[in-house]
Design a protein around this ligand. Sequence first.
Ligand SMILES: [Zn+2]
Length: 66
Amino acid sequence: MIKKAGEKVVVVKGVPAWVCKQCGERYYPIDTVERIKGIVKEVSEEKVKMQKIFAGELNFKVAITG
Ligand SMILES: [Zn+2]
């Protein structure tokens, strides 16, 4: 799951979710949603250490036209 914490982009891995068998949409239990909010808050307050990853950003239009 990708979340923004102020200026930072946080990738939270291993988030438990129910996945809809029909459309593939993910649903998160309420306690998980609350925990994610807590994690984002802790990250923005620099209370948790994140593993740094290399990330790139591009525009959808650029991605499809090459
Ligand atoms: Zn569905």
